[in-house]
Design a protein around this ligand. Structure first.
Ligand SMILES: Nc1ncnc2c1ncn2[C@@H]1O[C@H](COP(=O)(O)OP(=O)(O)OP(=O)(O)O)[C@@H](O)[C@H]1O
Length: 254
């Protein structure tokens, strides 16, 4: 499945500024790939391009053999590419459970009319969704806060809920934008284990932007390094650790 996600010579320009310059890489289903690089290297722009939040100037992005650049963010999400954002985006007034349920929404085939009429089929789907959402919360050991308003949670808990919301619909590809930010060390370990499990046991492809190097090195099968919008390296954590250009560009020393 070499063509699970494929980027070929992707360019993005804002006005005269080249934000991504000829970026190519591909990833397989079940693979965990980290995108690293200094501030302003183009990591978030890369995520925005894959998920349809910004258009690309040239090149091609395909998912499961189908070209997706040019499609709207909504259509791309429906094809099974889900993401989290750097700055959350939970519904603060809704409970944790309700937030996770919003991630299941597109998968729950109950119609609005069915819900209004309270049809038994609708209620059954609703019940299944609630059971699944509660299970997800249990897997991350936050089942006990299911009914708490999301707005009152710690930053780390909010991040976990956001990730659960993104994976609730079993997307084949998950993009995580700095998932470890604000997480205490034990929660980071939990997150790392969750990412491993999602990839190994559930076959999710996971692309993540991360600055926390222990997380990047511990969780990734492969690392793609961007610098000034160009890909300067692509390899295993071990390759990247020893790559002179990466050390110079990213860590500021060789
Ligand atoms: N909407 C936009 N309009 C104009 N320039 C933008 C826009 N979004 C990003 N840029 C510019 O594109 C470049 C890449 O930014 P991007 O946010 O993708 O980098 P990044 O690697 O994610 O950085 P960070 O690690 O700081 O989040 C930067 O020079 C940024 O100023």
């Amino acid at each position: 499945m070499a063509d699970f996600l494929n980027l070929s010579d992707v360019h993005v320009q804002f006005g005269g500024l080249a934000v991504l310059s000829g970026v190519s890489f591909s990833m397989k289903q079940g693979e965990v790939v980290a995108v690293i690089g200094p501030n302003g290297a183009g990591k978030t722009s890369l995520f925005n391009a894959i998920t349809g939040y910004i258009g690309i100037t040239s090149g091609e992005i395909s998912f499961c053999g189908e070209r997706i650049n040019g499609l709207s963010a909504h259509v791309i999400a429906k094809k099974g590419i889900r993401r989290t954002f750097q700055n959350g985006g939970l519904f603060g007034d809704l409970s944790v459970l309700e937030n996770v349920l919003t991630g299941l929404h597109t998968k729950t085939p109950s119609t609005v009319l069915g819900s209004l009429l309270g049809s038994s089929k609708s209620r059954a789907h609703e019940h299944d969704a609630v059971v699944k959402a509660r299970q997800l919360l249990e897997t991350m050991a936050i089942g006990h806060i299911a009914d708490h308003p999301a707005g009152g949670l710690s930053g780390g808990q909010q991040r976990m809920v956001e990730i659960l919301r993104a994976i609730a619909s079993d997307p084949p590809l998950l993009l995580l934008d700095e998932p470890a930010v604000g997480l205490a060390p034990p929660v980071r370990i939990q997150l790392r284990e969750t990412i491993h499990r999602l990839a190994r046991e559930h076959g999710l492809g996971i692309l993540l932007i991360e600055h926390a190097m222990e997380m990047v090195m511990g969780v990734s099968d492969r690392i793609v390094v961007l610098n000034y919008g160009e890909k300067i390296a692509d390899g295993t954590p071990e390759d990247i650790r020893q790559n002179r250009e990466v050390l110079e560009a990213y860590l500021g020393h060789a």
